[in-house]
Structure formats: C-alpha cells, structure tokens
Design a protein around this ligand. Structure first.
Ligand SMILES: CC(C)(COP(=O)(O)OP(=O)(O)OC[C@H]1O[C@@H](n2cnc3c(N)ncnc32)[C@H](O)[C@@H]1OP(=O)(O)O)[C@@H](O)C(=O)NCCC(=O)NCCS
Length: 264
C-alpha cells in the first residue's frame, strides 16, 4: 500500500515535471516528494493523539525541505510541490487529488478563530509560484492560479485567476495537466506576438486616419475606404474589409500619405 502510493507519487512527478528524467532523480532530488512522505508520517502521529510528535516531525521536514505542512492538513493522492522552498500549508487546508503547487505558495488563514480557516483546493488545481491563497475559500476543480496572485474569494472550476487581488482571466475547456499552467498551444511564439503587435498598430493607424478624414470631409477619404485589411483580424466580430479592386493600397504608410495629400 505505502509502496504503491510511492510509485504513484513518483510517476505523477515524472508526468508533471519535464525536468524529471528518472525515478532515482525524483527520489533523491525532489523536496516536494520528501515533504509529502514526511507529512504522511506526521499526520499518522497527529491522528493517533501524538500531536507534539506530529508537529515536531513536520518541523524537521520543514528544515530539510523548506516546505511546511501542518500535520492536520488533508492531502489527496498524487500531490506535487515543484521546487518546494517557501511553501506553507495550514492546519485546516484540504487538497484534492492531482494538485500541483510551485515554490512560495501559501495556503493560509486570514482569521484567528479555530475552525476552518484555510483554503480547499479541488482536484487538478495548479497554483503558480509565489501565489497566496487565503481564507476558507474553495478553488474549483481544474482551476489555475497565476504566479504571485493573491486569491481571496472562491474560484469557479476550470478558470484561471491572476493578479492582486486575483481576477478571472480565462475559462479552460481542457482538463489535462499543463506543466507550469501552460498548454502546449499556449507556448509564447515571439514572432507571432510581434506580428500581432504590428497588426494592432496598423489597424489603429488606419482607424485614426479614417477619423481624421471624416472630421475634415464629413466622410472617410476614398483611399482609406478602399484600404484592404492587411492582416486578418483575430477578433471574429471585426469584419474583413473588401479586397481592393483598382488602385489597391498595399501598405498602410501609402494610405496615410495618400490621405494627407488629399486633405492638403
Ligand atoms: C496564469 C497562467 C497559468 C496563465 O497562463 P496562460 O493560460 O498561458 O495565459 P496567458 O499567458 O495567455 O495570459 C492571459 C492573461 O493573463 C495575464 N497573466 C498571465 N499570468 C499572469 C500572472 N502570473 N500575473 C498577472 N497576470 C498574468 C497575461 O498578461 C494575459 O493578460 P492579457 O490578456 O491582458 O494579455 C500562467 O501565466 C502562470 O502564472 N503559471 C504559473 C507558472 C509558474 O508558477 N511557474 C513556476 C515554474 S518554476
């Protein structure tokens, strides 16, 4: 039983960390694994009434791993803390299956009363490095919390929260694990981002020229009216401009120059 859950832990770490190359490396070099094993021992003592011993084992674990898990915290299977250092998990925290935390995460309380005062993380939640999840709130199944976010309210399942205080930035469809909270399709491509940025600037420029022409003549200049949309818009609500027929304007600077000529 213990051996089976250890095997499961190692396999889940190898699945979730692209830097884990062998089971031996995981056993020797992953403080997140060591902290979970120590927590199981401290919880065993705590549950049998050896509370000071449980706290002491948890404290020794913190010295070795940099991860503090209260022995009374409830932790589900295949829990993975990547890198480890600086993680704090409070007494009444509840963590579901397949949850991933990165370094510097706090699952903390915001009050001094003795009841439930720490968060509940449902299955498959990912919490980015440095994030603080505070109070007796629930982070729904499959939700992601961005690095350094401060979460103070319940989080619906499958959403992504970022910022201080955390706000929702997107809802996810997929439920599979993404290392570092990023899907493979989401990996930033600098060329695509640069093109996106240029596209936005060109569109803004064209719109501004049209506004100026409308102010001057009461209607957009002919050249601007024929401007083809050089890059298809990512926004489906923006209709593509009709393709130019005669005298096509093939560069936004040409369009700007022409409209200046016309207005002067
Ligand atoms: C939150 C997170 C999961 C979102 O990833 P994603 O799905 O690829 O989302 P994007 O990068 O497209 O960002 C979406 C929006 O949120 C913003 N955002 C992303 N992460 C943020 C963060 N941590 N804090 C504040 N804003 C953030 C982006 O700027 C973007 O805003 P915009 O729409 O106004 O441009 C990811 O950014 C994150 O923080 N992962 C944790 C990684 C981590 O802790 N790694 C440690 C490894 S050692």
């Amino acid at each position: 039983m213990i051996f089976k859950s250890l095997q499961e832990d190692i396999a889940s770490i190898r699945n979730r960390d692209p830097a884990a190359h062998s089971w031996l490396e995981v056993v020797l070099c992953y403080p997140g694994l060591h902290a979970v094993l120590i927590h199981r021992l401290s919880r065993w003592c705590w549950a049998r009434g050896f509370r000071v011993l449980g706290r002491f084992i948890s404290h020794v674990g913190k010295i070795f791993t940099g991860i503090e898990i209260h022995p009374a915290a409830t932790i589900g299977p295949r829990f993975f803390i990547d890198h480890g250092t600086g993680v704090v998990i409070g007494e009444t925290a509840v963590i579901g299956a397949d949850v991933t935390l990165y370094h510097g995460v706090t699952l903390g309380g915001t009050s001094l009363h003795k009841g439930k005062r720490h968060p509940t993380l449902e299955d498959g939640v990912i919490v980015g490095s440095g994030a603080q999840v505070l109070g007796p709130i629930t982070v729904g199944k499959g939700a992601r919390v961005g690095a350094n976010a401060v979460v103070l309210t319940d989080v619906p399942p499958g959403v992504t929260m970022v910022g201080i205080p955390a706000r929702m930035v997107m809802r996810r469809k997929e439920t599979e694990f993404c290392a570092y909270g990023l899907g493979e399709d989401d990996l930033p491509d600098p060329v695509v981002r640069a093109i996106d940025s240029v596209r936005g600037q060109v569109s803004a420029l064209i719109e501004r020229v049209q506004e100026l022409e409308t102010e001057l003549h009461g209607h957009p200049a002919e050249a601007c009216g024929r401007l083809p949309r050089m890059f298809p818009s990512a926004d489906p609500t923006v209709p593509a401009a009709p393709a130019a027929t005669s005298n096509p304007v093939d560069h936004p600077q040409t369009a700007v120059a022409k409209s200046r000529e016309m207005s002067s």
